[in-house]
Design a protein around this ligand. Structure first.
Ligand code: C2E
Ligand code: MG
Ligand code: MG
Ligand code: MG
Length: 287
């Protein structure tokens, strides 16, 4: 491509490469610093039961605002942290922050709100994953039964037997297990069925097209049906419109997560949301 457009394109291309590698160097240096100073925040996004409209839990989503880089999206820095191995200390900082928030909620009367945390592949693969996560929870007096671990299809697709054993241990300790972004990893439900799972989260790329594309609707419909046969509860991710909620309800989906109900919000706002929701959920016309 660059060649076709002559010499100048090479120059631009080279400039771009330099810019990219500069950013990566800065990203790595700043990420290291921020892990040291624990300069991350956690936002929480409510998950709503479509059946009784209760808040069945929240998903913890990390936020990074850096003085040199500004707001960096987790879709950029999480994969980068995985490539550099920084995901291990970063994940521990995130877990600590979540535990601190749980302690804070407890002091304000919110006792059993279930929290899901995203677990990166490389983190999950560590031999001492279970011991380390347990140590952090114990340090903050948090119980595994309040936690749900979100693993992507990609994570459970390697080394099936090792993963089954790990998941059985975690489940016996009280953790709940979800498969995140289901539908994007080309695995099948029959493969997934060997794992002791609680929830299947259908990826937003499917959910957001159910009202416009008949084949996406058919896929989501059959995922929900098969998941129920396997005794899994189904969470729809990225739900933004009332029409999507209606359709998902018709398809017997269990849980809704998305901007339609709430964006991910800081811990301090979450308590207000919970209070407000107690009133809102009584309204008949609220879906
Ligand atoms: P994910 O786990 O699938 O999280 C869902 C993403 O969808 C979040 O993006 C969330 O803000 C976004 N989202 C929720 N509802 C809607 C909606 O209605 N519309 C749209 N367009 N988006 C919605 P976010 O926070 O940018 O995170 C992106 C990904 O980064 C996550 O995908 C997850 O894979 C990873 N990630 C985020 N936080 C953490 C973390 O603490 N640890 C690890 N290991 N990964 C994380
Ligand atoms: Mg997730
Ligand atoms: Mg997801
Ligand atoms: Mg996703």
């Amino acid at each position: 491509f660059a060649k076709q457009n002559g010499r100048n394109q090479y120059a631009f291309y080279f400039e771009d490469l330099k810019k990219d590698s500069k950013r990566l160097l800065l990203l790595e240096a700043e990420l290291r610093k921020s892990i040291q100073t624990k300069e991350f925040n956690i936002n929480y996004q409510p998950k709503i039961s479509i059946v009784n409209r209760e808040i069945i839990g929240v998903e913890a989503l990390v936020r990074w605002e850096n003085n040199k880089l500004g707001n960096v999206s987790p879709s950029e820095f999480i994969p980068f942290a995985e490539d550099t191995g920084l995901i291990i200390p970063l994940s521990e900082v995130i877990l600590e922050k979540v535990c601190l928030d749980i302690m804070e909620w407890r002091s304000k009367g919110i006792q059993h709100l279930s929290v899901s945390v995203n677990i990166a592949s490389l983190h999950f693969q560590q031999d001492d994953f279970i011991e380390r996560i347990n140590a952090i929870l114990m340090q903050y007096n948090c119980s595994p039964s309040q936690f749900e671990l979100e693993l992507t299809e990609r994570t459970v697709m390697k080394d099936a037997q090792g993963i089954v054993n790990k998941l059985i241990k975690l489940k016996n300790m009280g953790f709940k297990i979800s498969i995140d972004d289901f539908g994007t990893g080309y695995s099948s439900l029959s493969y997934i069925n060997r794992f002791p799972l609680n929830y299947l989260k259908i990826d937003s790329s499917f959910v957001q097209q159910i009202t416009s594309l008949k084949d996406k609707q058919a896929i989501v419909d059959s995922i929900i049906m098969m998941a129920h046969r396997l005794h899994l509860k189904v969470v729809a991710e990225g739900v933004e419109t009332k029409d999507q909620v209606k359709l998902l309800k018709e398809m017997d989906c269990d849980i809704i997560q998305g901007y339609y109900y709430s964006r991910p919000i800081p811990s301090s706002e979450l308590l207000d949301f919970i209070e407000l929701w107690e009133i809102l959920k009584q309204e008949r016309n609220v879906l």
